[in-house]
Design a binder for this molecule. Structure first.
Ligand SMILES: N[C@@H](CCC(=O)N[C@@H](CS)C(=O)NCC(=O)O)C(=O)O
Length: 291
């Protein structure tokens, strides 16, 4: 039903970096995602399984940016993590205007389910990530996976996607983490542009349902063990990311958060790749812990 096809498979550190394509019912188009499988899972006499970390990328990315630039594979293999990373928007849907801007449409799905006439049949990245992709992975790679043992992380727009996916679905993920997340989208230009295009000005009262700083204030569920890594020299920090608003909202609602502000680092993949080892090790400890 998914029409799943392996597009590539490359040995990388102690595992295989694969890319699959499939047809998405949520998005009404074919999509790519990356999956990294630590090698031990593929040995014929192996009985061990592994947790899954879902990783969402930021504006302008496909599944390839994280695969090529972050260097995560070495740590995923050492820490025994399966890592699944989808594309950031539907592709090739031929919606007028979707390819005009780098911060809206293609490459900028913003992890919401669109409500506007123009986008609602395709731009459903929220349901794609939290329902269809998880189901697809569990249906097709279930033999390798510790049931129900998932975490989610992401970068920038993907950090926003990771936080809202976890906050809106208590219990779905044992841990939520992010690099430089867009933390209060209803109060920044990137968020306002995408929410107005995908959700509509007429539905402004619903925008808060996709805003991490708003959602955390209402969060009731198992401890999420949130971790954020942020570059102190990130040019987007004050105007677009507004991570402080999220940290304050967590403190106000007594949701534990580990926030690391790293001197001198900016927004790009040199920052992400530097902190992948700590970030992944934090997530792995939580996924492999008994409680
Ligand atoms: N338009 C700028 C800003 C977009 C941007 O910084 N995107 C981040 C996520 S918000 C990214 O991961 N870009 C892709 C890359 O660095 O490979 C650009 O493409 O450089």
């Amino acid at each position: 039903m998914y029409d799943l096809r392996e597009e590539s498979s490359s040995k990388c550190w102690g595992g295989y970096q694969k890319v699959y394509s499939h047809f998405s019912k949520e998005l009404n188009c074919r999509m790519n995602f990356g999956i990294y499988l630590p090698e031990f899972l593929l040995n014929s006499n192996n009985k061990e399984k592994a947790p899954v970390l879902y990783y969402l990328s930021g504006l302008t990315c496909t599944e390839q940016n994280f695969i090529i630039k972050s260097g995560f594979q070495r740590y995923a293999s050492e820490l025994k993590l399966i890592v699944v990373n989808p594309d950031t928007s539907p592709r090739g849907c031929n919606i007028e205007g979707e390819d005009t801007d780098w911060d809206f449409g293609t490459g900028a799905g913003f992890y919401v389910d669109s409500l506007t006439e123009k986008f609602k049949n395709n731009y459903r990245m929220y349901s794609y990530v939290t329902k269809e992709l998880i189901q697809l992975v569990e249906d097709n790679f279930g033999d390798f996976i510790i049931k129900g043992c998932r975490a989610i992380s992401g970068h920038s727009m993907g950090g926003h996607g990771a936080l809202i996916s976890a906050l809106k679905n208590p219990g779905l993920f044992k841990c939520a983490a992010a690099f430089a997340p867009i933390s209060n989208p209803i109060n920044c230009l990137w968020g306002k542009k995408c929410f107005s295009g995908y959700l509509g000005e007429e539905n402004k009262n619903l925008w808060a349902n996709y805003d991490a700083s708003e959602l955390v204030a209402k969060y009731k569920g198992p401890d999420l063990k949130i971790r954020i890594d942020q570059g102190a020299d990130d040019p987007y920090l004050n105007d677009q990311l507004k991570v402080d608003n999220f940290v304050k909202a967590c403190q106000k609602s007594n949701v534990p958060i580990n926030y690391y502000l790293h001197e001198g680092f900016d927004h790009g993949y040199f920052f992400v790749s530097t902190f992948i080892p700590d970030h992944f090790s934090h997530i792995s400890k939580i996924l492999y812990s008994k409680n």
